[in-house]
Design a protein around this ligand. Structure first.
Ligand code: G3H
Ligand code: ZN
Length: 303
């Protein structure tokens, strides 16, 4: 099976993006795996520091590895938004395939200095590990925000991208190109969409010389996502959309069976709702590479 690095190379050649979906419980992991498996496209499950603390660093690693091995399927695990070297090394040692080292809240020079140290340390743990750095400001929190903040003054310039990548040695760069973390209520209701600066993505990609990740993908205009992939985005992170579906599925599961207490009779509705979101996003990110929605009998229902 190809590793995450070669899948990323292939995604660039094919003009598609790898879907990255955050998970914080088994409902989300089942939905992410099941959707990717049904479409036969590789997928990255992500776990931020908070998500890792809830699930257990070694436990989520074991679950993802078990899925990959049992189904011989390319699902990989990313340590998302990792703010300290200690937790980055912990995830690398546990077996995460990639690490997002996020010092983007610091001034750019200090961000670059710390990211460079992280790259050195993480490659020391496992040379093949993929390390991503972040620049610019796209806000924090994959949740529903009262207002959509204007981050336009923090957009990444091509020169910043070039210098940051050259200095740090990151494999992947996450820039600020009109994206933001989380959704406003209007976005949840579909009345408003995030819009991306496509021209800037092309310029940043050319200057950086490495693949780009788009964070804060939830609620982004579909056509902008297609153009962003063409312009050089190779990984797209989606979290809030899944969390919204998770909550509504959970509520529906509880409401449908008033006196039910058996988790595995309540939670499948939540899995199904999250899976619909992942399917739609993977179809968009993988374009023509998604050949069909055929399901191998018994396989997706087994996970
Ligand atoms: O790293 C996670 C993401 O960037 C997700 O952002 O919650 O806006 O989809 P989102
Ligand atoms: Zn993110």
């Amino acid at each position: 099976m190809q590793d995450i690095r070669s899948l990323l190379e292939r995604a660039q050649k094919d003009g598609v993006a790898l879907g990255h979906f955050n998970v914080s419980d088994l409902v989300l992991l089942k939905a992410v795996f099941s959707a990717a498996h049904e479409l036969r496209v590789p997928v990255i499950a992500g776990a931020s520091e908070g998500e890792r603390e809830f699930m257990g660093v070694r436990q989520i690693t074991a679950q993802v590895r078990a899925l990959r091995e049992e189904y011989d399927f390319p699902i990989f695990l990313n340590a998302d938004h990792t703010h300290t070297l200690e937790s980055a090394v912990e995830a690398a040692q546990a077996g995460f395939d990639s690490i997002v080292f996020d010092a983007s809240a610091l001034p750019l020079e200090e961000n670059a200095r710390q990211t460079r140290l992280a790259v050195e340390a993480l490659k020391g743990v496992r040379p093949a590990i993929l390390v991503e750095g972040e620049i610019g400001n796209i806000g924090t929190g994959s949740e529903i925000h009262e207002l959509a903040t204007d981050f336009s003054r923090y957009l990444t310039t091509p020169e910043e991208a070039r210098q940051f990548v050259a200095f740090t040695g990151v494999d992947v760069l996450a820039p600020a190109v009109g994206n933001m973390h989380g959704m406003s209520q209007k976005m949840v209701e579909g009345e408003k969409k995030k819009r991306l600066d496509i021209e800037r993505i092309g310029q940043v990609r050319a200057a950086a010389g490495v693949p780009l990740t788009l964070h804060g993908g939830s609620g982004t205009d579909d056509e902008d996502l297609r153009k962003a992939i063409e312009a050089g985005i190779s990984i797209i992170h989606i979290n809030t959309e899944l969390r919204v579906a998770w909550r509504s599925g959970l509520e529906a599961g509880l409401a449908a069976q008033e006196h039910q207490v058996v988790p595995y009779k309540i939670l499948p509705i939540a899995v199904a709702r999250v899976k619909q979101v992942v399917l739609a996003r993977l179809r968009l990110f993988n374009g023509d590479q998604v050949t069909s929605g055929e399901v191998e009998a018994g396989v997706t229902s087994a996970v």
